[in-house]
Design a binder for this molecule. Structure first.
Ligand code: ZN
Ligand code: ZN
Length: 411
């Protein structure tokens, strides 16, 4: 992992992803200890961009395992509240947030699913005040990855850990367009393309999308006023930022009461450290009425039954099969990467900014417009090179949106 590339990555994070403004503070969270070199490079660029203070909340996986080994069994609903309070305080001041995702997908394999679910639910619940601000784009925020050893080894199990890290880093360089002469310019061009696709879909005002693929025969309703988004977002303070690097998707919100049929996942889902494989969900009137999984069915059922909204959809996203992540042929076991490899849906909470006037709505108003609420938001992949998607117009006509996993229109 050479220094020059790491600096390019940090520069992209600060300038294009976060677009840090003079006077802002930056908090970096979920960061593995291994990512210290990236944190340091990001701090350098952030201060040069005028940041007043850069701070980090580390995430230590050894510490989580120690808890599962020795902590009292009745303590898994407890969390470090002061961290959440600090996070909310940071966000309420309008400061920037960077999350570095590099979790070991197998960390909690073999642990008591009951304890894992309790811990996850307590965490999501405590995170709610912060996640509500983030999901409203109250501030400029960004999620990126880092090639940590345990994660890299999961993707490349046949080589030694150092080689696995090198291989993951190489894949990330390509996917994040860091191997281009001018990565910043490459991202601006990519952003323009995604914006044009969103604009096309916004003009169409489809009332529903119909998916067909092997194992999938599924219709999802789109509420009136839904907005397709892609790449760039704008924060409450008017700062343009890109919430995910990489990002290849355009996405909007489904109507929480209008999803029907069967949808089969095209990739495994890593949920809270457990892997759910070869699964399908059956929907009726927006609600999951049956789940089937070759592996991890219990985990999937627990997710669907977690709260009133976790059995309904909160996101519909389209990604062409030819995206660089998909072309890498790799399974990343990490939503940031895998969701950008394939068209996907999310169980759980909808983003208020995907509805006209949504960020000003109360939760009840948002729900009345078809917006789903849940403590959780979990993406799962449904797209592949055999998937066709049709848009249903207001007068009931069907128009091709995707054919064999690629856009069926020109922009
Ligand atoms: Zn998405
Ligand atoms: Zn999502």
């Amino acid at each position: 992992m050479n220094d020059e590339m790491l600096k390019k990555y940090a520069e992209l994070i600060v300038k294009v992803g976060l677009n840090i403004q003079p006077g802002q503070r930056l908090l970096i969270r979920l960061t593995p200890l291994e990512a210290a070199p990236l944190v340091h490079a990001v701090a350098d660029y952030a201060y040069q961009a005028g940041a007043r203070l850069v701070d980090v909340q580390w995430r230590d996986e050894e510490l989580i395992l120690s808890r599962f080994k020795y902590a009292p069994r009745d303590s898994f609903d407890e969390i470090a509240q002061y961290r959440m309070d600090g996070l909310v305080q940071h966000l309420e001041k309008g400061d920037a947030l960077l999350s570095i995702h590099a979790a070991n997908p197998d960390l909690l394999n073999g642990q008591d699913p009951e304890l894992v679910a309790t811990m996850m639910q307590a965490y999501q619940k405590a995170l709610l005040p912060a996640s509500s601000l983030i999901m409203r784009d109250a501030i400029n925020w960004l999620v990126v990855g880092y090639p940590a050893k345990a994660w890299a080894t999961k993707i490349f199990p046949d080589v030694d850990p150092d080689t696995a890290v090198e291989k993951l880093w190489e894949a990330m360089l390509h996917i994040c367009r860091l191997d281009r002469d001018d990565p910043v310019a490459a991202w601006q061009e990519h952003n323009a393309k995604l914006k044009a696709v969103s604009a096309y879909l916004n003009e169409k005002r489809y009332t529903a999308l119909k998916y067909s693929a092997p194992g999938t025969d599924f219709t999802v309703g789109l509420p009136e006023g839904h907005i397709w988004k892609g790449a760039e977002s704008v924060s409450a303070a008017g700062i343009r930022f890109m919430a995910n690097i990489p990002t290849e998707e355009v996405f909007t919100m489904p109507h929480k009461d209008r999803a029907d049929g069967v949808v089969t996942a095209s990739k495994p889902l890593n949920y809270g450290g457990s892997l759910i494989e070869n699964f399908s969900l059956t929907f009726k009137d927006g609600k999951v009425v049956a789940v089937k999984a070759e592996k991890g069915e219990d985990t999937l059922r627990k997710l669907v039954e977690m709260d009133d909204g976790s059995c309904r959809l909160g996101e519909v996203a389209l990604v062409p099969f030819s995206s660089p992540i998909s072309q890498s042929g790799l399974l990343f076991y990490n939503t940031l990467f895998d969701e950008n490899a394939a068209s996907h849906l999310a169980l759980g909470r909808a983003y208020k900014f995907t509805m006209e006037g949504g960020t000003e709505m109360t939760d009840d108003e948002f729900a009345a417009h078809g917006g789903n609420f849940s403590l959780t938001h979990v993406d799962f992949m449904v797209g592949n090179d055999k998937m066709d998607v049709d848009g249903i117009t207001a007068d009931g006509k069907r128009e091709p949106v995707m054919r064999r996993g690629e856009w069926a229109f020109e922009v």
